[in-house]
Design a protein around this ligand. Structure first.
Ligand SMILES: [Mn+2]
Length: 326
């Protein structure tokens, strides 16, 4: 990467000199998006800043229990007066969503903190660490190193970010530091058991029915080394699926012993097909395969969007993937 990262102290100085700060994460937010957004927002508020946490698509039900989600603003298309705009976990400038782009468009300065290697460093100050398993981990190290305040609400959000993006500390991206951070948070009083229960043991029956449909309809290729599921608008409507229901769904496919790569093809309202791909092998780089279709992500977890119809999109993508799985 040609442009080096800014330092933690450079970013801290810019944050400390700003009065009004907008923070946003990506559309269709997951645990790392909401947890990182709020972890940073609540810490900067404790520091005395006016902070507006923005989420273009609101908050999915499964993360609504996190402290501070009631203060997240769903922008309506207005331009906000901001000294500083910060994006977290957002691989491209547009991925905060159209209304968040508008909301932050007049900010005097911008900071971009992310762990997607494909991030083009679109802000005034950039910190991209593709070895970090979650942006929550980068933020914990940043806030600690620069002596920003952390209370239980900040820790809950950062722990949720780290736990969800590491598959509960299971993915190979998990480092010794990840576990050290969890230990530091527990020593500081965080109840990780209660938090994990809220994150993972609260599935509504609707979500269980969605899992049942996936297991009924999944298809295998390459001697069961590839598994995929075509997730249609019809299924979404029939099961009354809500934002957040699909989080962790693909891990059930990934967990099958023979499987090397798992893919969900999700039909969008506009007819485009959103691809979520996971790999269990360093030899199969799904970010590279998704990149051929204009997408990206991490080696073992990536995404892309293809035009419909869903069966044709699946066929096109799986043919490419088959060559990689060998
Ligand atoms: Mn992330």
């Amino acid at each position: 990467m040609s442009v080096p990262n800014n330092t933690f102290s450079e970013m801290a100085a810019v944050m400390r000199s700003a009065k009004r700060i907008g923070i946003a994460s990506h559309i269709r937010p997951d645990g790392d998006a909401i947890g990182s957004l709020l972890g940073l927002a609540l810490s900067l508020r404790l520091e005395g800043k006016q902070v507006i946490p923005l989420s273009n698509d609101g908050v999915p039900w499964n993360l609504a229990f996190l402290p501070g989600t009631d203060q997240i603003v769903k922008p309506a298309g207005d331009v906000l007066e901001l000294d500083l705009a910060i994006s977290v976990d957002t691989a491209s400038k547009e991925r905060v969503g159209p209304n968040s782009v508008i909301a932050m468009s007049a900010a005097k300065k911008s900071i971009n903190i992310d762990h997607h290697g494909s991030n083009p460093r679109y802000a005034d100050l950039n910190y991209i660490d593709s070895t970090a398993p979650a942006v929550g981990q980068i933020l914990y190290d940043f806030l600690s190193a620069e002596n920003f305040p952390m209370d239980d609400a900040v820790r809950q959000n950062l722990f949720a970010a780290i736990s969800t993006d590491t598959g509960s500390f299971q993915f190979p991206s998990t480092t010794a530091r990840t576990h050290q951070i969890a230990a530091e948070m527990i020593n500081a009083g965080l109840d990780t058991g209660a938090l994990a229960s809220k994150l993972y043991d609260q599935h509504p029956m609707r979500r269980v029915e969605l899992l049942r449909a996936m297991l009924n309809e999944m298809q295998f290729r390459k001697g069961q080394r590839i598994v995929s599921w075509n997730y249609t608008q019809a299924a979404k409507k029939q099961l009354n699926v809500q934002q957040g229901d699909t989080e962790g769904l693909i891990d059930h496919l990934r967990a099958i012993d023979t499987v090397v790569a798992a893919v969900i093809f999700e039909e969008q309202k506009d007819g485009n097909i959103r691809i979520s791909a996971r790999s269990k092998s360093d030899a199969v780089n799904v970010a590279e395969v998704c990149g051929r279709f204009g997408g990206g992500g991490h080696r073992l977890a990536a995404g892309a969007t293809l035009p419909g119809p869903i069966t044709a999109a699946a066929e096109t993508y799986l043919n490419e993937l088959e060559n990689e799985v060998g």
